[in-house]
Design a binder for this molecule. Structure first.
Ligand SMILES: *Cc1c(COP(=O)(O)O)cnc(C)c1O
Length: 440
């Protein structure tokens, strides 16, 4: 396969480095100015607004079903925090200065699922539930949706099954949400999925099917089994527009946060956002929304493990979901379970091609080093995947220079962590601390 893949000449060196597991920074030469692409963008702001409205309709239900959402009135959202001490640590680690201010978007604290999947996964389950309820005359759009929290609705949904393939967190978000609504749920977990994630799901009555193969296979099997059952719905992380829309809502929520915090985004104050990327839906949706809002003043980067740079290879070759990291001799083995995806979403790759500024790859050891640093400096505890964006601000500062970046805002998107059991988190921290000490 590999020999037949054509690599653009300008990226030959990058691909060579990817194949030998070197860290790379890739700047996307396909990126266009917003004015050149805006007419061709197929997903319109109205659709994202529609998704946001749907989440608002469900807010009264979420307050009842998940009381931890009461403090935010049933809206699933996370804080944005400036982390100046972590900025110094990131500079030290990468050995480059960071120009501009550094913030963290704490999706690790998102209620219900403890990860970025609380945006897309939960949204899609709610959308399916609403569609079914509307179609069967159980509800009207202007009703009080706390009605979903009832035996009547649970009985109704118990006739249906929701299935999903996952490396862990998507299964958690979809499993928890679907089970709460009353659906039968089957989660097809890839070999990367952590044991505690499987156990947590089983404790909620979710049927967890384990695979010894990777994520793509778990999705394929789940999709096939679901298609055989007319009362089963498959949530397709590789192809779902609804997931994408759920994630994109996050961009509009971030705009409100930035406004409230008086953080400007304009020509003189560019915004740089660093998003850990697995199959692509989460970072893709958020990046897309930010591009609609901030146009050329938003610079969007994805981060992937050196062992699983699926989206990056898809973008470089233009082959998207037709290639896998295995075609390049990579093993797709990483401690960053949320990013252990060998074949990217074709839907997302094609959308991102003219939008994304670039990508970089990270080593697992770097994830642990940043994990320990963030815990020490800011008392924020993330799972390894969620730290992938943290090398970004220093790498990009070197690439773009002080003149353009001096008033910039960098946001590292922290994509998960609050559900990690304490003993496992302690192990992560100790490992990172050891790695940091070794470099002193
Ligand atoms: C799923 C996940 C991501 C990436 O999202 P994709 O939609 O798979 O690209 C990043 N971080 C964590 C912790 C995740 O669980």
């Amino acid at each position: 396969m590999e020999n037949s893949i054509e690599i653009p000449k300008e990226y030959l060196e990058t691909v060579k480095n990817i194949k030998t597991l070197k860290k790379v920074l890739w700047i996307n030469s396909h990126k266009k100015n917003f004015s050149e692409i805006s007419d061709a963008l197929e997903i319109k702001e109205e659709e994202i607004k529609d998704a946001e409205e749907r989440l608002k309709r469900f807010a009264p239900y979420l307050i009842k079903a998940f009381p931890e959402t009461k403090s935010t009135n049933g809206i699933i959202e996370s804080p944005l925090i400036e982390i100046p001490k972590m900025k110094s640590r990131a500079e030290e680690d990468i050995k480059e200065k960071i120009y501009g201010k550094l913030y963290i978007k704490c999706d690790n604290q998102l209620p219900i699922a403890g990860s970025i999947k609380a945006r897309g996964g939960i949204y899609e389950v709610l959308k399916r539930a609403e569609d079914l309820a509307l179609k069967n005359g159980l509800i009207k759009k202007d009703d009080d949706y706390s009605k979903f929290y009832s035996d009547e609705f649970k009985n109704f949904f118990s006739d249906y099954t929701i299935q999903v393939g996952s490396t862990g967190n998507l299964g958690l978000s979809i499993g928890i949400m679907s089970a709460q609504l009353g659906f039968k749920v089957k989660v097809h977990m890839s070999a990367d999925a952590k044991q505690w994630k499987k156990e947590l799901l089983r404790s909620k009555g979710v049927n967890v099917v384990e695979y010894s193969s990777d994520y793509s296979k778990a999705v394929e099997e789940g999709r096939k089994l679901s298609n055989e059952d007319p009362k089963s719905m498959f949530i397709d992380d590789e192809n779902s527009k609804d997931l994408f829309l759920g994630y994109a809502v996050g961009a509009f929520r971030l705009r409100e946060q930035l406004k409230k915090m008086n953080i400007p985004v304009d020509r003189d104050h560019p915004l740089f956002v660093y998003l850990p990327c697995g199959v692509g839906g989460g970072p893709g949706g958020i990046a897309y929304g930010l591009k609609l809002i901030y146009k050329d003043n938003a610079h969007l980067f994805f981060a992937e493990p050196t062992h699983s740079p699926a989206m990056l290879l898809g973008l470089i070759t233009g082959l998207h979901n037709q290639i896998s990291v295995k075609d390049f001799g990579l093993d797709n083995k990483t401690e960053a379970d949320g990013l252990a995806v060998g074949r990217p979403s074709g839907l997302v790759g094609k959308i991102m091609d003219p939008i994304l500024d670039g990508e970089f790859t990270v080593e697992d050891n770097q994830l642990y080093r940043f994990l320990a640093a963030l815990a020490e400096e800011e008392k924020i505890y993330l799972e390894p995947s969620a730290l992938a964006g943290f090398p970004g601000p220093a790498l990009i500062s070197k690439e773009y220079g002080e003149e353009y970046l001096k008033n910039s805002t960098h946001i590292c998107w922290a994509t998960g962590g609050s559900l990690v059991p304490d003993n496992i988190m302690k192990g992560y921290y100790e490992k990172g601390k050891l790695l940091n000490n070794r470099r002193k």
